[in-house]
Design a protein around this ligand. Structure first.
Ligand code: SAH
Ligand code: SF4
Ligand code: F3S
Length: 435
């Protein structure tokens, strides 16, 4: 049987990247294999993100381009999956009638059924059910992920921050059982992973099989051949004693964490319904650094949330200065339909948001550059992942998620080697392998 070609384009967070891999696993038994472009594909899936307006609107412009391919090949199946699928549902068929299938992040295991339905009956097919046992319904078979693997262990969110669509698009907090996670981790390592990042929208709220994340990390770190463990994305409210202990004592847990704070102003944090204060954030950082002095942090920030004054913004700048982030992700507040923030009446004017965002990003970029420069002369272990842009160079990651490029051959890929850092740039390091 000739294989059918499946093209998946992924937007948004790492959980979406994981879901896209699993969609390939779901479609493979039905004769689909992945390809790198929509031209000539039998099926196209856009796995979408609804977090900010820009992300959601990108989907419709991409659909316009995909439609031109479908005009050449009328049998092409177009599916919209992910958080835009969940949030907009039928509306997608109205705006883009050539879309055949809509599924959400909790219902993509039904893709083969929906595709079959479209092929038999023509017309549209949609499934937006929230099914707790999605993971149990997914195939045990996984495509290998390479040197650095991702593994979703927790999904959904019950926190309802007032800016955020995730509780609506991903549903209630759900944790997978420990044995299933462990089996998946073993397989990733057997297929060449040296590093695993455990994923969840609130990953440290994990409570599968009544274990917490600290206990899970301790268990997984016993897998032989697994050298590095990370987790993403944690919430400040869900830090716990077992997790601190892992940071202090487990050499496989990397000394770098993206811990979103969103704002440095207590007033804004309260309006955001974050249920933590700026001091709670400092305490977490101090606590980890107390016994893991080399620990570094990055964070997510929202600039220009409704009611944010100059002073609130200065509090965010101050928080960033005090922590000294080595990376940072900052976004202009984007009002999302259906979230409480969108209806607040003190929206910040666009030009104020722009100006603050620029100042904030300049600060974080400065911190990142200073940190990268401070690495020059140090010897750091680097996990090599793939050939770099230029021939004869290989790129990997430091323990702190810095991208590190060296001269070298492909035999480095999959190895952790010591690198003496010789260059520190805004977004990356350069160095020489020493062992
Ligand atoms: N669960 C994580 C993050 C989920 S969303 C947490 O609790 O922090 C990823 C990031 O997108 C958030 O950290 C936030 O900084 C950003 N984000 C979410 N909603 C947004 C909005 N309406 N406008 C701008 N940025 C937003
Ligand atoms: Fe969104 Fe807040 Fe839940 Fe994170 S904790 S996913 S920001 S609602
Ligand atoms: Fe986007 Fe959904 Fe992830 S909205 S950030 S793809 S959870």
């Amino acid at each position: 049987m000739t294989k059918k070609k499946l093209y998946i384009k992924t937007y948004g967070c790492q959980m979406n990247i994981y879901d896209s891999l699993r969609m390939e696993d779901v479609m493979r038994p039905f004769g689909y294999e992945s390809c790198n472009e929509p031209a000539g594909a039998d099926m196209v899936i856009l796995n979408t993100c609804h977090i900010r307006e820009k992300a959601a609107e990108k989907v419709y412009s991409e659909l316009g381009r995909i439609k031109r391919e479908k005009d050449k090949n009328k049998k092409m199946i177009i599916a919209v999956a992910g958080c835009v699928g969940q949030a907009e549902g039928d509306e997608i068929f109205r705006r883009a009638p050539y879309v055949d299938v809509v599924v959400g992040p909790q219902s993509y295991q039904s893709l083969p059924d929906l595709v079959g339905k479209v092929q038999r009956e023509s017309g549209h097919a949609i499934n937006l059910e929230f099914e707790d046992d999605k993971f149990d319904q997914l195939p045990e078979e996984h495509a290998p992920q390479g040197v650095s693997g991702i593994l979703s262990i927790q999904e959904g969110c019950d926190k309802f921050c007032t800016f955020c669509v995730v509780p609506y698009t991903r549903g209630a907090e759900y944790s997978r059982d420990v044995p299933a996670i462990y089996r998946e981790a073993i397989k990733l390592v057997a297929n060449g992973a040296k590093e695993i990042t455990l994923l969840g929208q609130n990953v440290n709220a994990f409570h599968g099989s009544d274990w917490n994340l600290g206990q899970l990390i301790e268990h997984i770190s016993k897998i032989e051949g697994l050298e590095r463990i990370r987790y993403s994305t944690p919430h400040p409210r869900d830090m716990h004693e077992d997790l601190y202990k892992q940071h202090w004592n487990n050499p496989k847990l990397m000394p770098f964490l993206n811990l979103p704070v969103q704002s440095g102003s207590n007033r804004i944090l309260e309006k955001m319904n974050r249920k933590h204060k700026r001091d709670d954030y400092f305490k977490i950082i101090d606590r980890i650094r107390e016994k893991r002095t080399d620990m570094q942090f990055s964070s997510d920030f929202i600039i220009g949330f409704p009611g944010e004054t100059d002073q609130d913004f200065e509090d965010t700048m101050d928080l960033a200065r005090r922590v000294g982030f080595v990376q940072g992700y900052s976004f202009k507040y984007s009002p999302r339909p259906g979230t409480p923030g969108a209806d607040m009446d003190d929206q910040v004017p666009e030009e104020v948001k722009n100006e603050r965002l620029q100042r904030f990003q300049a600060l974080v970029n400065e911190q990142q550059l200073a940190y990268n420069k401070s690495c020059i002369g140090k010897v750091m272990p680097v996990l090599f992942e793939k050939p770099a842009k230029y021939a004869g160079q290989i790129v990997g990651r430091s323990e702190y998620m810095q991208s590190v490029t060296v001269e070298g051959g492909e035999e480095l890929i999959g190895r952790i080697a010591d690198v003496e850092v010789t260059a520190g740039r805004g977004n990356s390091l350069g160095g020489v392998v020493t062992d």
